[in-house]
Design a protein around this ligand. Sequence first.
Ligand SMILES: *Cc1c(COP(=O)(O)O)cnc(C)c1O
Length: 402
Amino acid sequence: MSAGKRTDEHGYGRTGLNGTMEMPIYLDHNATTPVDRNVLEKMLPYFCEVYGNAASIDHIHGNKAKQAVDEARQAIAKVLGCRKESEIVFTSGATESINLALIGAFRRFKDKGNHIISSAIEHPAVLDTLNYLQSEGAEITRLPVDRNGVVDLEVLEKSIKKDTILISVMFANNEIGTIQPIKEIGALAKSKGIIFHTDAAQAVGHEKINVYDLNIDLLSFSAHKFYGPKGIGGLFVRSYSPLIKLSPISFGGGHEKGMRSGTLNVPGIVGMAEALSLSIKEMSYENNRLRKAAGVICQRLQQTFPDIKLNGHPQNRLAHNLSLTIPGVEAKALIHRLKNRLSFSTGSACSTIKVEPSHVLKAIGLADDETFQTVRLGLGRTTQGAAGIADILIDGVNHVRK
Ligand SMILES: *Cc1c(COP(=O)(O)O)cnc(C)c1O
């Protein structure tokens, strides 16, 4: 069966599984990215040929798998600026990494205090975990953000108390693209002896990150946000100044220094390392290209509809993300109208029954009706022809706008 014709050196398909249907243009790279065909090729031998359990080191099959895991761990640790490769713990993705970081740190350090500081615009993986921790006795402060979605360092400093044990602020926001002053937050945490976790699912593979330079203690990431496979991710756990040990949240064979039991996903780990090194190689070229493309889409739209507003920080933002509020246009209606031509998302998170206004858009000061008139365009490696994309959107807005 054909998986669609290859379009470029990354091999991303433009047709559906039957190889005939031309798929819409994909503009949801903040939700997930296609697997780079080079990444897939690297992974393939680890399914049917090198299939040993990386923990079975008494025989060659296991050793070969362990060797692949070790090399991947080294490569990822190097890219992120770790001191040791053992600072990388493999998980099933950012959601699990975040759960392990927050729950693991809270349980480990709760004799020192129960106060956690976070922001109002975190991903549900952080928000829901913090809500859960309240039931274990945690007290949570959720910092407001300004119009651009940035945490105020003075407010952060003032909210620190004697019993603050953890600060968790995301690196880059998945809805509006704003990048936080991570190094400054980390320095503040460090000066007070507080552990600093950052959800970097949107930033790893897209922004330069050196965990030690940026004063990060714990950092969560996920391969499928940077052209790797779904279901594999990692957590950086600092081992030097200070040495951090997390309480495990699942139990089994004591893998990953006792922090995350379970047989390692060897193909996923190999794929994640390859995806990260490819992303780093192309980062500056790709970010320049996508920043220009995003600029073209935004300007072309605003030329036709001057009331369209870009959300998020004007400069300190992900190159590939556009959050646009289009007054008078329901995001859902626009997405539906254009569904055969473009695949993109609303700015609002929806539950199955009821559509809630996005907590991120509300936190930056949008009114409820504005949050429902907001779309998120996630550009990426598959994105070509920015002007054409803008024209499709203009056509859609003209039809939907009342
Ligand atoms: C995607 C994402 C996550 C969750 O990643 P999973 O791979 O789905 O577990 C967490 N935080 C942010 C900011 C994300 O963008």
